[in-house]
Design a protein around this ligand. Structure first.
Ligand code: DHB
Length: 482
């Protein structure tokens, strides 16, 4: 009898070891005990929180430097408490990525925030959000080229949803945030929810088998619609031949920018004119409409599409004027009776300044960051546009159509083959020349036409940056969640 009991006990022990060993290996089950308790303070505000850092969010990672997530949860949610009116069940999940330049991106930590300069993540935590910041592979690694970065963000969303019952925070209220390439990925994540296009990639890395659609998107200056961004750029900057070019490098995971000035050569000017001439056809085929007016361009690049963008620039100038900015310093604006009534578009574009040489993204010599994004394991750089393929230097290949498709939110924003986020907030500064003003405007217009709620603006004189209006950003999110 005693022997039998020992045998049964041993079998039970072995079974438990197998189950828990299985859990530890599978990498997609949240362990509530693997945390460090910390306090974050800024001014009067302070929050105790549990920090879960460097959590691998897939079963079969290929790069554990990046396929990891940092999760910060107010401690009160583990003892039935509330923060800012939210509790463990209702707290939205703020999902900021730190991707820049389509480089590999580490998850955000709260360490960069101090009392004066509160980061978006710290702001979220202080206001009762759960913060889950995903890392993602990027273009400089041969396992990080397109579509790896978006596949990783989707896998991280799936981890949160898979663990929704055992982790505080509401996985049906995931709000993504990012800037530039990170803004583009935030938009792509929001547009392409549950699309089967990404499924083979998600299976390969062992992502949780669940949905990856999200609730809301915040995107600052998204570097997106890469197939058409070259034409959009020249539509805006053609004739503006002096440039201040930026080179992106990475230091300590932070994007570094250096600038070189110059003037377009005659060949470059002719590439600019070629690309500009492609843009009206693209716009007219999109069949965008604003307040009942079709947004179109004639062969010279003028028309209602351009007028709509000019009106948004005027709105932005009026907002700045109302907040007390001296707008008389901008001689491209017409101010009448205390209101900005017109913008001289060409003079404004010259003030904004050309930053990129044509083609701005799909470089003919295949040397751009985006060429690198569309590379693969064997080829570091590839083209991704028809113009680049047809006019580029010999010997550079073009990425597969299905890979190019998977990197553009416009392919999913009004498609029944994806579940797109319902709520969108898109910002692009009027002094930002990393991509055309037209790019975020097209995205916003398409989303609006598809019936989504879109809050779009060009904040006055902001350069290429994000997270500069946290009170407004979080007021917007709070309005959606309460
Ligand atoms: C970023 C900026 C760019 O100009 C670009 O082409 C791609 C990415 C960035 O800051 O992330």
């Amino acid at each position: 009898m005693q022997k039998l009991l020992i045998l049964i006990f041993s079998i039970v022990l072995l079974f438990c070891a197998c189950v828990s060993g299985g859990k530890a290996r599978n990498g997609i089950v949240f362990d509530p005990n693997a945390y460090e308790e910390r306090t974050f303070s800024a001014g009067e505000k302070s929050v105790r929180y549990r920090a879960y850092e460097n959590i691998v969010y897939v079963k079969n990672p290929v790069d554990t430097d990046y396929q990891i997530m940092n999760i910060y949860i107010p401690s009160a949610y583990f003892s039935g408490g509330q923060v800012a009116g939210y509790n463990a069940r209702t707290a939205p999940i703020f999902f900021p990525n730190a991707v820049g330049g389509y480089m590999p991106g580490k998850p955000i930590t709260l360490a960069d925030s101090d009392g004066k300069n509160v980061s978006a993540s710290a702001y979220a935590l202080l206001h009762g959000f759960v913060v889950a910041s995903p890392g993602a592979r990027g273009r400089t690694s041969d396992v990080g080229r397109a579509p790896s970065c978006i596949v990783d963000l989707k896998a991280a969303v799936r981890y949160l949803r898979y663990n929704d019952r055992i982790m505080p925070g509401d996985a049906e209220k995931i709000v993504s945030n990012g800037t530039s390439a990170g803004g583009a990925l935030s938009a792509l994540l929001g547009a392409s929810g549950n699309s089967s296009d990404y499924e083979p990639y998600l299976r390969a890395i062992g992502a949780a088998r669940t949905r990856d659609d999200i609730f809301a998107v915040s995107a600052y200056c998204p570097i997106t619609d890469l197939e058409h961004a070259d034409a959009a750029y020249e539509w805006e900057f053609n004739g503006c031949n002096d440039y201040r070019k930026m080179d992106i490098t990475m230091l300590d995971y932070k994007v570094q920018r250096t600038y070189v000035t110059g003037t377009l050569t005659e060949d470059e000017q002719s590439v600019s004119s070629d690309l500009k001439s492609l843009f009206p056809l693209y716009i007219n085929n999109l069949k965008l409409v604003s307040n009942g007016t079709p947004l179109l361009l004639n062969a010279d690049g003028n028309g209602t599409f351009k007028d709509a963008i000019a009106l948004l620039v005027i709105d932005s100038a009026n907002k700045a004027l109302a907040s007390g900015v001296d707008m008389s310093q901008y001689d491209f604006l017409t101010i009448e009776n205390g209101k900005v009534t017109a913008v001289d578009f060409d003079a404004y574009i010259a003030y904004r300044g050309r930053q990129k040489l044509p083609p701005a993204f799909d470089a003919l010599d295949g040397s751009s960051g985006e060429n690198n994004l569309f590379g693969n394991k064997m080829l570091e750089f590839r083209h991704f546009t028809k113009y680049g393929t047809e006019h580029g230097k010999a010997g550079i290949e073009t990425a597969e159509t299905f890979v190019i498709k998977m990197m553009n939110p416009l392919n999913y924003s009004n498609s029944t083959a994806a579940v797109s986020a319902k709520y969108w907030r898109i910002r692009h500064g009027t002094k930002d020349s990393d991509t055309a003003l037209a790019v975020p405007f097209i995205l916003s217009s398409k989303l609006e036409a598809a019936g989504f709620s879109v809050d779009f603006a060009y904040p006055w004189d902001k350069t290429h940056s994000g997270d500069y209006d946290l009170d407004e950003l979080f007021a917007w999110i709070t309005g959606l969640c309460r």
